[in-house]
Design a protein around this ligand. Structure first.
Ligand code: ADP
Length: 348
């Protein structure tokens, strides 16, 4: 029922454009969202500037028409302006110099493995690092970081991150009940993520690395809008089916104004034990070409490697287990690139 109402609201709202940006009011444009509770509709329009007057007619029409949808009891429309958005970026509070979201279009491309090893590599560079596992659909950071106990609460009722390998770890999996919902609604995601920021005793960090769920859903948008992301890194494997979804991720970050620090290609090639040659199983240089097309930095290629998978399974990240190995060197090189690019940006 609510889903039907929602889709009717958006069908109607898309007919109107923001007079200032010329963008249709469409969730795809990230300028409208709606919450429905027992027939009571709350619509949020994200508009630009403070000149509320130019939106008066649209508000009236939208309200009248939504009120006529069968099942709707009341309609409330709130405008959020750019100014308010800036305020809301501080909603998720954390004392971190840099917040980086690790994203992927698809699951299983190695996003969590990257988040874990990047965290270790940054820590090796002397940074104070926090790692937040926000993958609501399959939190795997605790296993990969060798963390098995659950966090305790301090006297302020804040969760204390578990420290392993010098990194402060927190996982959304810690606060989920065993019977966690398979379908997450926007407000639930918002609440859980907020708890991961405001309800955790993170202390002072140089980097908070966030392992996002795959795709382009509410969690990504919530984080982009409510926390001060310094940038995002998109992980993809080189074949077309993965790149198609990675493109959606890149476009989403561009739309919501989150800087893309770069693309990383995972499972780029396999080095055969017998011939010692590179085999490009999932096609060659797919992500490099994509980075070029989108004019975003290409950060590096990580091979498909049995040891890397074993290290993840046993909670010993590659950068810990074999810090001088070829793969760890790639992670370290990427960490240095990111650190340098953020330092440069800050000094501009
Ligand atoms: P995602 O977070 O994108 O779902 P994961 O990081 O959980 O992906 O990785 C999925 C599986 O692939 C895990 O078992 C992981 O150990 C393995 N894996 C990731 N990257 C590599 C790689 N470069 N070589 C071998 N195995 C990898």
């Amino acid at each position: 029922m609510s889903d039907n109402i929602l889709s009717l609201i958006y069908t109607f709202s898309k007919k109107f454009s923001d007079p200032k940006t010329n963008l249709a009011f469409d969730p795809q444009n990230n300028n409208i969202s709606a919450i429905i509770k027992e027939g009571n509709v709350n619509i949020f329009l994200r508009v630009s500037g403070d000149e509320i007057d130019v939106y008066k007619d649209i508000l009236k029409l939208l309200k009248n028409n939504v009120a006529q949808i069968p099942g709707v009891i009341s309609v409330n429309i709130a405008l959020t302006s750019e100014k308010n958005d800036k305020k809301s970026t501080q909603k998720f509070k954390i004392d971190a110099k840099n917040i980086i979201a690790i994203a992927s279009g698809k699951g299983g491309v190695g996003k969590s493995t990257f988040a874990v090893n990047l965290s270790v590599a940054l820590q090796t560079l002397g940074m104070r690092v926090g790692l937040l596992d926000a993958d609501i659909y399959g939190p795997s950071v605790p296993r990969m970081m060798g963390v098995s106990k659950k966090p305790e609460m301090n006297s302020d009722k804040k969760l204390i991150p578990i420290i392993n390998y010098g990194i402060k770890c927190m996982s959304i999996g810690f606060i989920l009940e065993d019977e966690s919902p398979t379908i997450w609604r926007g407000p639930m995601i918002m609440k859980a993520l907020e708890q991961m920021f405001n309800g955790v005793e993170w202390g002072i960090l140089d980097y908070l690395i966030i392992d996002l769920p795959p795709g382009t859903g509410d969690a990504q948008l919530t984080l982009a809008q409510s926390s001060k992301l310094s940038g995002s890194i998109v992980i993809s494997t080189p074949q077309e089916v993965a790149l198609t979804d990675a493109r959606k991720g890149i476009n989403m970050f561009k739309k919501v104004g989150v800087d893309i620090l770069g693309i990383v290609e995972n499972m780029s090639y396999f080095i055969c034990d017998n011939c010692n040659e590179k085999h490009f199983i999932f096609s060659k240089d797919g992500a490099i070409k994509e980075a070029d097309k989108f004019k975003v930095p290409f950060l590096g290629s990580i091979p498909i490697n049995k040891q890397l998978r074993q290290q993840s399974d046993t909670g010993q990240p590659s950068c810990i287990d074999n810090p001088d190995g070829e793969i760890s060197k790639i992670y370290l090189m990427i960490a240095k690139k990111i650190n340098q690019s953020l330092n440069t940006k800050r000094s501009l």
